[in-house]
Every structure is written in structure tokens, then in C-alpha cells.
Design a protein around this ligand. Structure first.
Ligand code: E4P
Length: 228
């Protein structure tokens, strides 16, 4: 499963790209609006940080297919071939996905709440489908179950469309979609950090550091001892 960052915050993206094996960035209108900066400046900065080789998923905001298609084309012109227009699975959105896929665009079908929506989007030619795990859990639906259903459908019908799981609030949800066979998970930087938090890891590293410092001195590394 690939890891993506779900944020439009350039500082956080730079920090996470430096530390983690992140395959790209997803944004949505809410995340963009939160930054309180001009839309194109934000995306230009994100592209500069992640480079041409990383995926950048950007949502269109038009509500009719024609506008969505034009937005998608403009986004790809400005931000390169690794830019995936995100299009919600409305009837107009589905039409836009089909038009774009037929002209060679890689599209991410988003705001998915049910397996059949993902199957329709895949049939329309979407490269990725994005089910919203935590938002489903919050309305008493089974977010991970929806992801598992999509994975099963794509595999049963031999579809190459990938499942880009989104909307997570805890590490357990991320683990559960990975076990269900999701191809990609996008999450906030804080959640990515939390994956590495484990009491055993923390106490283990603290113990090693303390024992080493007592024997060789605080701040001393193996490099300092090379000539001894
Ligand atoms: C996915 O593409 C969306 O950007 C996002 O994951 C929604 O997450 P939220 O439920 O945390 O807003």
C-alpha cells in the first residue's frame, strides 16, 4: 500500500517528504481553503516540494461535466502529467471522468461512500477511487467494509482501477484498509507520524540511548569512536 499525504500545508508536506516514503499529496477544497493563500500559489509550492515524479491529486469544484473537464485540463497543464484531477462521483462527475479518461487523463473519483459507486467510476475509466473511511464510520456505516467490497469487486472483474482510501482518524483504520488490500491510503501528517509511535519503540530507543551515553558519553556516536 502506498502512503499519501492529505494536506495542502506546504511546510508539513516538506517535513513529511523529508522523513517518510510518501508517494504524493491529495488535497480537497476544504484543505486548500484552510491555507488562506491563493489557490495557484499553494499548488505551485506543493509541486515544487514534491517534484514532478510524485502524484498530486487536486479536486475540481465545478458542478457540471464541461466545467470539470476544463478545470482538469488546466490543472494538468499547469502542474504536470503527475496531476490527478479529483472528481466527485455525481452523475455530472461520472460523465467528466469518462470524457477525461477517454482523452488519456488519470482521474481520481472521490467522495465515494459505497462499492457500486466505485465500480461505476472504474467503468467510466477512473484510475483511482477514493472511499471515505472515517466519514462512513461516523454515520454508522462500515468504512473498512466498503473498502474491502471495492477491492473484491475490482479483483472479481479484473479492473486495474486502484483504491485510494481516504478520511482517516486513527491508525487502526489505516491498518484495517491495508489488510483489506487497499492500494493507497492518504492521511493527515499527524496520523502518518502516529504510525511510528509505539511504547515499545520509544522505551527501547530511550534505553539504548541511556546505556550508550553512560558508557561512552552523551552525544557521542560511532563516528566519534572510529579512530579509537
Ligand atoms: C480525500 O480525498 C479527502 O481529501 C479526505 O481524505 C477527506 O478526509 P476528512 O474526512 O478527514 O475530511
Amino acid at each position: 500500500m502506498l502512503f499519501l499525504l492529505d494536506t495542502a500545508n506546504v511546510k508539513e508536506i516538506a517535513r513529511c517528504f523529508d522523513l517518510f516514503p510518501v508517494a504524493g499529496v491529495t488535497t480537497n477544497p476544504t484543505l486548500i481553503a484552510r491555507e488562506k493563500r491563493p489557490f495557484y500559489d499553494i499548488l505551485t509550492d506543493i509541486r515544487a516540494v514534491i517534484g514532478e515524479g510524485s502524484m498530486l491529486h487536486v479536486q475540481v469544484v465545478g458542478t457540471d461535466a464541461e466545467t470539470m473537464v476544463t478545470e482538469a485540463k488546466q490543472l494538468r497543464d499547469r502542474f504536470g502529467a503527475g496531476t490527478f484531477p479529483k472528481i466527485p462521483v455525481t452523475p455530472q462527475g461520472l460523465k467528466a471522468i469518462r470524457i477525461l479518461a477517454n482523452s488519456g487523463f488519470h482521474v481520481t473519483a472521490t467522495a465515494i461512500g459505497a462499492p457500486l459507486q466505485a465500480l461505476l467510476a472504474a467503468r467510466a475509466g477512473a484510475s483511482f477511487t477514493a472511499p471515505y473511511v472515517n466519514r462512513l464510520d461516523n454515520i454508522g456505516a462500515d468504512g473498512v467494509g466498503v473498502v474491502a467490497g471495492i477491492v473484491r469487486l475490482f479483483s472479481a472483474y479484473g479492473l486495474s482501477t486502484k483504491v485510494l482510501t481516504a478520511s482517516f482518524k486513527n491508525v487502526q483504520q489505516v491498518l484495517d484498509v491495508a489488510l483489506a488490500g487497499a492500494h493507497t491510503a492518504t492521511m493527515a501528517p499527524e496520523l502518518l507520524n502516529l504510525i511510528l509511535h509505539h511504547p515499545l519503540t520509544d522505551s527501547g530507543v530511550a534505553g539504548f540511548n541511556a546505556d550508550w551515553a553512560e558508557a561512552y558519553g552523551a552525544g557521542v556516536t560511532t563516528l566519534d569512536l572510529a579512530s579509537v
